[in-house]
Design a protein around this ligand. Sequence first.
Ligand code: CP
Length: 315
Amino acid sequence: MTTDQQLAATGRLRHLITLDGLPRARIESLLDEAAHLRRLWQQQHVLPQSLAGRTVVNLFFEASTRTRTSFDLAARRLGALVVNFDIASSSTSKGESTEDTLATLEAMDADAFVVRHKENGTPAQLAAQARRAAILNAGDGNRAHPTQGLLDLLTIRDRKGRVDGLNVVICGDIRHSRVARSDVHGLRALGAASIRLCGPAPLLPDAGEFEHCSLDEDFDAALGGADVVIMLRIQRERIEDLPDLDSTGYHARYGLTASRLARAHRDALVMHPGPINRGVEIDSVVADGVQSAILDQVANGVFVRMAVLKQLLEP
Ligand code: CP
C-alpha cells in the first residue's frame, strides 16, 4: 500500500495502513484533531455525534487490550454503531477467507474495518479489495501499527511541546516490532533529531532497513542525552527461533531501571506501548514513576482513534 492508495485524489484520507510516507501536514492534522476532541471530552464528556449512522467493525485476528477497546470507545463516543466481530465463533472456522469475510460484512453496509492480523500486508490487501469501506490497520505482523505511532507522537508533543529536534531511544525487540516501525516513520516525519534503536543483536533489524537510525547493543551508552525512551517487550509470539534470552540476563542489560534512566536527560520521557513485562524490560518504579507517560499513551489512544475515524468517515 502506497501513500497514494491511502489518500484520495482530493488529499482526503481513504484508508490508514501505514505512517510511512504520510505527509507531515496530515499527521499534524490528525494530532490536532485528537487534541481538540480530548479538550471537548475533558470539558463536558459529550462529543459531537459525527459518526451517527456509521458502522465500524473491529476485525481482530490477534489478541488486543488497548487497541481494540480504544477503537470501540472512540467509535461509540462519536455515535457510530460498533460490531466486535468474534473470529473464534465466525465462519472463518469453516474455511471462509479473510477476503470473503470482508466482502460479506461490507455487503451489510459496514463503513469501516479495524483490522489486526499476524500476516504483514493483510490490511493493505483488504484496502485494495474494499469497494467502499475504509480499512484501518490496527497492527499487521511486524510491519505497521499506525495509530500507535500517532498516539505516541501526540504523547511526546504534549509532554515535550514538540517532536522536532528530540533525541529518541527505542529499546527492546525492534526486529519484530510494528510499533518501532510506525514510531520511526512518525518521528522522522515530525523532525526528531536522532533515533537510536537498541537491543541485543538478534532483536535488532537488518542493517540498512532503518537508514536514518543508529543501531546499538549498548543500552547504557545509547541512553546518553535521550529526551524520550520508548521501551518494547520481546514479541515472543512473532519469533520462531527465540534466541537464548533469559529474563534475568535480559533485564541486566536492557531493563530500564531508575539508575539506568538517570543516564538520559533528567526530564526524559519514558514510554511503552504495552503490554508491559515488569521486571523484564522495565522496572515498576520507572513504569509508575513521574517520568512515565505510559497511561497517557493509553488515554491518548482513544482520541487519536477518534480523529482517524472522523477523518475517514465524515462526509
Ligand atoms: N499497544 C498495543 O497494541 O496494545 P494491544 O496489543 O493491547 O492492543
